[in-house]
Design a binder for this molecule. Structure first.
Ligand code: HPA
Length: 271
C-alpha cells in the first residue's frame, strides 16, 4: 500500500508541482464548493493510477488543485463510499495520497440524518466527535509505521482549535451552527425508525454513511481534521419523520450550501 500511494503521488507530482496545505472532501450536494477555489489544475479520478472511480449521482469525481485566498488546497469532488462496494483501504486511499502530497489539515463535509430534536432540515453541524459503527475498520491488518502507529489515540479526532475558529466565524457571519456527534453506518439504506432511535440512544446527533473512515485514516497520519455536516432529513421519531430520498438529501444540502461554503472558505483563510 505504501508503494501504491507513492506511485500515485509521483504520477500527480509529474502532472503538477503543487504542494497543498489543506485537503477538502466534498460531500453530497456540496460539490459546488469548487467554485470557491481558484483552480490551477483538475485531475479526473479516472486518470489517476490506483484510484477507485466514483459511481454516485451528484459526485463529480476529480481532484482539484488550487487556492483559497493565499492557502493552497486540494479538493476531492466526490468521495468513495463503503456502500459502493469498495473496501476501507480503497475508501481511504485518497486521504493517504493527500497526506503524501503535503496536506496537514483535512476538511470534510457530508449530508446526514438528524436525530437531535434541536436540528431541522438544513441545519449546519460542526462535527465534534464521531462513533464508528462501520463493519470494517480502515486500519485493520498489518500496520505500516511509515503511515502511523498501530494503536491510534482518537481523543481529538476533530481539531478543537479549528472547531473554535469555525464557531467564531459562524458568529461573525450570523450563521447558526450546532455541534454534534456523527455516527457512521455503512448504508446504503437510510435508517429505519428503530435504527434512528438506536443512533440517538448511542449518543449521536446525526447519522451518515461517510467521513468516519477518512477521519480515522487522516488521524493515523497526524492530519488535523475538521468536519461539517448538513442535516438533510430528520430521523427523530419524537418530532418529524420526513420521507427521505437521495433527491431530498441533495436538495436540502444545496439549500445550506452558501453557509457551508462561507464557513469552509473563511476557516481555510483564517486558520
Ligand atoms: N441516514 C444516513 N445517511 C444519510 C442520511 C440519513 O438519514 N441523510 C443523509 N445521509
Amino acid at each position: 500500500m505504501f508503494e501504491l500511494v507513492q506511485d500515485t503521488v509521483n504520477y500527480i507530482k509529474d502532472k503538477t508541482n503543487f504542494s497543498p496545505e489543506y485537503g477538502i472532501i466534498l460531500g453530497s450536494g456540496l460539490g459546488n464548493f469548487t467554485e470557491d477555489i481558484t483552480i490551477e489544475f483538475t485531475l479526473p479520478y479516472s486518470e489517476i493510477p490506483n484510484f477507485p472511480v466514483s459511481t454516485v449521482h451528484g459526485h463529480k469525481g476529480a481532484l482539484i488543485f488550487g487556492a483559497i485566498g493565499d492557502k493552497k488546497v486540494m479538493a476531492m469532488a466526490g468521495r468513495f463510499h463503503f456502500y459502493e462496494g469498495y473496501d476501507m483501504k480503497q475508501v481511504t486511499f485518497p486521504v493517504r495520497v493527500m497526506k503524501h502530497l503535503g496536506i496537514s489539515k483535512l476538511i470534510v463535509s457530508n449530508a446526514s440524518g438528524g436525530v437531535n430534536s434541536d436540528y431541522e432540515v438544513g441545519s449546519v453541524v460542526i462535527i465534534k466527535d464521531h462513533i464508528n459503527m462501520f463493519p470494517e475498520h480502515p486500519l485493520r491488518g498489518k500496520n505500516d509505521e511509515r503511515f502511523g502507529p498501530r494503536f491510534l489515540n482518537m481523543n481529538e479526532a476533530y481539531n478543537k482549535s479549528m472547531i473554535a475558529k469555525a464557531k467564531a466565524i459562524a458568529k461573525e457571519n450570523n450563521i447558526t451552527v450546532f455541534d454534534g456527534v456523527y455516527l457512521g453506518l455503512q448504508g446504503p439504506t437510510f435508517e429505519t425508525f428503530a435504527e434512528y432511535k438506536m443512533v440517538k440512544i448511542l449518543g449521536a446527533d446525526c447519522v451518515g454513511m461517510s467521513t468516519v473512515p477518512e477521519v480515522i485514516v487522516a488521524r493515523h497520519m497526524d492530519i488535523e481534521c475538521f468536519g461539517l455536516s448538513v442535516i438533510t432529513d430528520m430521523g427523530d421519531v419524537e418530532t418529524a419523520m420526513e420521507d427521505v430520498s437521495h433527491e431530498e438529501v441533495l436538495k436540502a444540502a444545496a439549500k445550506a450550501e452558501p453557509h457551508v461554503r462561507k464557513l469552509i472558505r473563511e476557516l481555510i483563510m483564517q486558520f
